[in-house]
Write a protein that binds this ligand. Structure first.
Ligand code: CMC
Length: 429
């Protein structure tokens, strides 16, 4: 393969370098295009646009490959806990025993929220969406830690990373407790990350609480498979906001808002709502598959399709297996799981889905596990956010450590009115 591409614009001949990634991915470097020719590129939805080089996550959507820092997702899901994967994503290497111990301790020492933050929850309505609470409270953390907001100071950034990873489960669990009118449960630092989250969600002060190890295992796995996915919508948002040198709390809060959208992380909640609707409507999956194919219906199969995967989403394969195991172990027959499997079978045999290479994605089966654990549907995307946090942090940090960092500022092709004369108010028709 040549190392330059030639582009002819009218009489002008341009040469644009082709760059190669470590997995032989090729990209056209257009950074000199506008300077040389006055042209910009147009690529709505960034379908063909690489926004950065990155050494964090590799995915091959045709082959269904996903690796964090070179390690296959299947091996990490099998062998690690979420905090270990968090370390890997943020620092680039699997931690030694000593490093992991220190990292866990650093996180543990920051799990509590400032007492004044508890009063924020009094101001939210009881039925506020927990994603709105999560992004607001994360943004508000910056008002409590004004001494550590400088993105250029590595020590301040490190402290902020510990705080965010430690506090996100506490913020999330408080939003659930608020919604059901139960008292907030303080974090317990002798518990593991996932155990602690489950006790803050489900313990009550009047009774002893036992954490089910199967739930802890399932939660660890779900958080790991959600932990990073290269330049997705929320991660690109975190990078975009961070590129203006906004602090890490502000950048993560923006990422949480992007994730909330039903085309992105909000799809897990939307998927379970869809499956419930199918059951209530008599369980006819073919009717819903047909509706998804009808462009005038405005209906899509939630949890199906992906911008990058044109083959099985490897995360969906891991989650479906874990789902099977957990439900069998709990001796649970969840009608949602049964309908999901039927829907998958019908869709995967339908030419519409086959031709468009639409497969179940990470969100298709995750909701079934969350339900088995007892997590309410409104909290599903919050769980996605807790899982994705290390990825967001790793990308924000990678961007700030890059010597070529610039503010993200796309161009446009203007299609509006030409210059016209101002019309005074009294003369407007
Ligand atoms: N149901 C029915 N048709 C679909 C679906 C679906 N779920 N997804 C895509 N299509 C069709 C779409 O109508 C289009 O058809 P045509 O070529 O005839 O116009 C074709 O497939 C390509 O779709 P697209 O919208 O151009 O693809 P995209 O890459 O812009 O969108 C997506 C990707 C994930 C937003 C989309 O597949 C979708 O809306 N899926 C449902 C929502 C969902 O499950 N999102 C979670 C994504 S995974 C979690 C995460 O990382 O965020």
């Amino acid at each position: 393969m040549a190392d330059v591409a030639k582009l002819q614009v009218g009489d002008q001949k341009l040469e644009l370098p082709i760059i190669e990634g470590s997995e032989q991915e090729l990209g056209l470097d257009i950074s000199t295009l506008r300077g040389q020719s006055g042209l910009v590129t147009l690529d709505e939805g960034y379908v063909n646009t690489g926004s950065t080089t990155s050494g964090i996550t590799y995915l091959d959507g045709e082959k269904g490959i996903l690796r964090y820092r070179g390690y296959p997702i299947e091996e990490l899901a099998e062998n690690c806990d979420f905090v270990e994967v968090t370390y890997l994503l943020i620092y680039g290497e699997l931690p030694s025993e000593e490093q992991l111990k220190d990292f866990r301790n650093s996180i543990r020492s920051h799990t509590m929220l400032h007492e004044d933050m508890r009063s924020f929850y009094d101001g939210f309505p009881f039925d506020a969406h927990p994603m709105a609470i999560l992004s607001s409270v994360v943004s508000a953390l910056s008002t409590f830690y004004q001494d550590s907001l400088d993105p250029r100071d590595p020590e301040q950034v490190e402290r902020t990373i510990f705080r965010l990873i430690a506090k996100l489960p506490t913020i999330a669990a408080y939003s659930y407790k608020k919604s059901i009118g139960q008292p907030f449960i303080y974090p317990q630092n002798d518990l593991s990350y996932c155990e602690n989250f489950l006790q803050m969600m489900f313990a009550v002060p009047s009774e002893p609480f036992h954490v089910d190890p199967d739930f802890v295992k399932a939660l660890n796995l779900l958080l790991i498979v959600h932990a990073d996915h290269e330049q997705n919508c929320s991660t690109s948002t975190v990078r975009m906001v961070g590129s203006a040198d906004a602090n890490l709390y502000a950048s993560i809060s923006a990422g949480i808002s992007a994730l909330w959208g039903p085309l992105h992380g909000g799809a897990n909640e939307a998927c379970v709502s869809m499956l419930e609707r199918i059951i209530e409507d008599g369980g006819d999956v073919t009717k819903y598959v047909n509706m998804a194919k009808d462009k005038t219906s405005g209906f899509r199969l939630m949890g199906f399709g992906h911008r990058v995967y044109k083959n099985f989403d490897p995360r969906a394969v891991i989650i479906k297996k874990a789902c099977d195991t957990l439900l069998a172990k709990l001796d649970l027959q969840d009608p949602i799981f049964e309908v999901a499997q039927k829907l998958e079978e019908v869709a995967l045999n339908d030419p519409y889905f086959v031709e468009r290479k639409l497969y179940p994605n990470v969100d298709f089966y995750s909701g079934v596990i969350y339900r088995a654990i007892g997590i309410p549907v409104q909290m599903f995307t919050v769980l996605f956010a807790i899982g994705r946090l290390p990825g967001w942090v790793a990308h924000w940090k990678e961007m700030h450590e890059s010597p070529t960092k610039r503010i993200c500022r796309p161009r446009q092709i203007y299609t509006g009115e030409l210059k016209r004369d101002f019309v005074p108010l009294e003369k407007r028709g």
